[in-house]
Each structure stands twice: as C-alpha cells, then as structure tokens.
Write a protein that binds this ligand. Structure first.
Ligand code: GTP
Ligand code: MG
Length: 446
C-alpha cells in the first residue's frame, strides 16, 4: 500500500529557500488542507501557486507550492513540492504541519525507490542520481548524467536483447520440435555469438575499470625511501602543511591521507613511511603499512631524491613498482641532479615546481583521456561491474559446454543465468532486500 510521505529535500541549514517534498495518493488534498490561498485540488499539473501554510488558523510560512499529478512526477505519485523560507526552524515547522496532517516521514531514498517501483527509472538511473550529487570531478558528473539519460540502461539492454533472441530461438526448438520451419539452434550457430558477447563484455569491463577509478577517485600511494620528500610532495599537492616534514629520516611513521582534484581527476593520496630496513619497532610497522598501501593503490608515485645517487633500496622499489600503474618522481631538482632515468618527472617539492607536468602525467597513466573515446561503453560502479563479470562467467561456462558438445537445453541454463545477472544491473530481476539496501544509501528527500 502506498501512503503519503514527506521530507525536506534541501540540505539541512540556513539558506534562502528550503524545499519540502510531499508524495502519495492523497498528497494534493492533504497539502490543500493546510494551504491557504487557492484550492490545490482544482489546479493543473505542473503549476506553481503562491500561498501560506496554516497550522490551525496560525500562519506558519509564506510558500510556493508546485503541484505534480501522477504519473507525471519524479516518483510517479501525486506530489507537491513546497518552497518555504530557508531557516532551520521555519522549515521544520512546515514539515511538522505536514506530519500532523496525514503525512509520515519518508525513509532514506524512499522517493527514488517509489520512482523505481513506478517504472520511472531503473536501478542504474537511480544510482546515477546519487552519483551526480556526490560527483567530485568532470568525468564523474559527465558519466552520471549520461547514465541518468539511460546510457547504462541502453548498454545493458542491447546485451539482453541479443541474449533474449538466442533464448527465444532455443525455446522454440525445445517446445515445438515438430515445427520444421523453425530455425535450428546448433553448437556452430551459438559459438561465435557467445564468443562475441564475452569479448564485448570484457571490453566494457576494462573500460569500466578506468572510468570507475576516475569517477570515484584514484587511490594513490606516495612511496619511496626515507627523506626523499614524500611528505613534502603531499603537502605541495594538497597546498597545506598536512604531513610533518623534517630532515630527520623516518619522520612519517603512519600513513597520512588527503584528497585533491587535479585537472580532470580526483586523487585519494596516501603519504607513507619511508621504506628501508628498520630496527625501530614503530617505524617497521609503518613500513609494513607502506608496502600494503603500495599493493592496494591504483597509482603509485615513487619518489626518488635526485640529488643523490640511486642506492639498492631505490633500485628495489623501481623493480617492485614496475608492474603497477606508477609514476617515477625525481624530487629535489633544485639541487645538483645526479640521477638520469627515462620516463621520470622532475619536481622540487620544496619550491613547488613541476606540478603541471605531474598532473599531465597522471592523466596519461590513468588513461583518463581515453574515456571520451569509449562512447559510453562502460559501467559506473563496482556493483554493476560485479554483475557483468558474473554474466560473463556464465557465458564462459556456456562456451565450455558448447565445446564439449553438451545438449543445447543444458547450455541454455548458463545463457539464461547471464541474462538474469545483466537484468540485476538495471533491477529487472532484483530481490526485494537488495532494492531496499540500495535505496537506503540515498539521502533523505531523494
Ligand atoms: N632541496 C630540497 N629539499 C627538499 C625537497 N623536498 C623535500 N626536501 C627536504 O627533504 C627533507 C625530507 O623531506 P620529507 O618530505 O620529510 O621527506 P619524506 O620522504 O616524507 O621522509 P620520511 O617521512 O622520513 O620518510 C626535508 O628536510 C625537506 O625540507 C626539495 O624539493 N628540494
Ligand atoms: Mg614523510
């Protein structure tokens, strides 16, 4: 049963206006009971009306009421959006008046959940609303906007349509064996289609890895020997004295973190303890953490002190980070340089020099510029990626069964599983708990 709900949709705090959303089958007559000026039950949909919110003859606030009639509203229900003055007290009073007059407080994400249940949008679009709100860079905003405009839904739909076509053909073969005109699905027919589907999914997952990192921020570890200037680099990037810098080797004991937007990317930076053989207990714990940070990072900034010859630890770190997404940074270029390496970015953290080159290199290494050429062929988060991986796994199983020459009806099971996993991405095959869990991630009023 759908009831009448309300919530403040704007951030909590003082502002010029606040918006309170009210939704449900009786939203318009219920708001009308406390709205003085016009009869809201007699107005057209998508019209805005000036008036006052009244609580038992007492005026609460002067407001504008925007009326939407179902199904043409955000959540597909009858809705009224009340714009009142933006003070905390007055906003709460308007909300309380609604609560006293037949509305209940909406749960987190309940408006979006209703929109989903009323088929106003699918799960990927609902997720994109959250992503737009939390977008911290250009790519994040662009991709979530595209996803809201059905880019992800269409991508999934094209895969599902293709799979559905195969499933339908198989079903006809199984259900109507006597029907001789029916197209016969053979192993030879299935094989190239399944191979192509796997290839395309693989490409999308590879693209998604690049984009999700760009959207959600690049986990970046600053590593190197003690005293090479890692903390100085962190401070230069963040433009604040966040980490302690000193000429004493072994200054940083624990990881220090900070987030920054650099060009088109967001970096989650971790300054770490200098790596070397340490006999100091606390320091050696820090060093273990550095190694872990290095392993888990999407990007490693390996800092070398170019005013000194490279030693064994530098060489070891160069070797160990080879397979990672890494940038070699030659720091202290203001002193006499003694290190020459290919593919090194020279900086002086102390004099704040070299930032532009580093930003360029980060975009290059993280392949950010390739996103534009992907034409929307990527997914936006790990939930979606996990499900596509699952679909791909089912198709790989189908391929194995094809190669073993198993009966087509057995192969169909794996293909059907792939179809269902893809459906979960958009919410077409979703169990109830998952829906609830997903929408509770939303803020109130959305
Ligand atoms: N000349 C020069 N000195 C620098 C530069 N960057 C850092 N330093 C100096 O190098 C010393 C070490 O800097 P830190 O940033 O603390 O080095 P670190 O790598 O974090 O060191 P640990 O935390 O001990 O591992 C300090 O005395 C800095 O002032 C630079 O670009 N040029
Ligand atoms: Mg340090």
């Amino acid at each position: 049963m759908v009831d009448n709900i309300c919530a403040i949709a704007t951030p909590y705090g003082v502002g010029a206006i606040s918006i309170i959303r009210a939704s449900g089958p009786d939203a318009i007559p219920l708001v009308n009971k406390i709205f003085k000026c016009k009869d809201l039950t007699k107005v057209e949909s998508h019209t805005i009306h000036y008036g006052h919110i009244i609580d038992q003859d007492e005026e609460v606030d002067e407001v504008l009421a925007l009326v939407y009639k179902a199904p043409k509203s955000f959540d597909g229900e009858n809705m009224v959006e009340i714009s009142c003055h933006g003070g905390i007290y007055v906003t709460n009073q308007v909300l309380l008046t609604l609560l006293k007059n037949g509305f209940r407080m909406a749960e987190r994400g309940e408006f979006s959940k209703r929109a989903f249940l009323n088929h106003k949008m699918d799960l990927t679009q609902a997720e994109s609303i959250m992503d737009i709100i939390s977008a911290s860079n250009k790519i994040a905003l662009k991709s979530s906007n595209a996803s809201l405009r059905s880019q992800t839904s269409n991508l999934i739909k094209s895969f599902r349509d293709e799979i559905l076509d195969i499933l339908a053909k198989i079903e006809v073969n199984i259900d109507y064996p006597e029907y001789e005109d029916a197209f016969e699905v053979t192993h030879d027919y299935l094989r190239p289609i399944v191979v192509k589907l796997i290839e395309n999914m693989d490409k999308i997952l590879k693209n998604s890895l690049i984009t999700t990192v760009a959207i959600h921020g690049i986990k970046t570890a600053i590593v190197g020997k003690p005293n090479v200037g890692k903390s100085s680099l962190l401070n230069m990037l963040l433009d604040e004295d966040k980490a302690i810098v000193s000429s004493y080797a072994g200054t940083t004991r624990d990881t220090v973190e900070g987030t920054l937007a650099l060009g088109n990317v967001t970096l989650h930076l971790m300054d770490t303890a200098g790596i070397h053989e340490s006999i100091d207990y606390v320091e050696s714990i820090g060093i273990e953490r550095s190694k872990k940070a290095m392993e888990e990072a999407d990007l490693v900034l390996l800092v070398l002190d170019v005013s000194k010859e490279l030693d064994d630890v530098d060489k070891l770190l160069l070797e160990e980070t080879k397979k990672k997404n890494r940038i070699i940074i030659g720091n202290k270029i203001d002193l006499t340089p003694r290190v020459k390496l290919d593919d090194i970015i020279y900086i002086s953290a102390k004099n704040k020099e070299g930032l532009d080159l580093l930003a360029e290199k980060i975009e290059e290494v993280t392949k950010i510029d390739s996103i534009d050429q992907m034409n929307g062929n990527y997914l936006n988060n790990t939930r979606q990626m996990g499900l596509m991986e699952k679909a791909m796994k089912s198709l790989k199983q189908a391929l194995e069964s094809i190669d073993y020459g198993y009966d087509i009806s057995l192969i169909e099971i794996d293909i059907k599983n792939a179809f269902d996993s893809l459906g979960e991405i958009t919410g077409e095959a979703n169990p109830d708990e998952l829906i609830t869990a997903l929408f509770t991630k939303f803020c109130l009023g959305k």
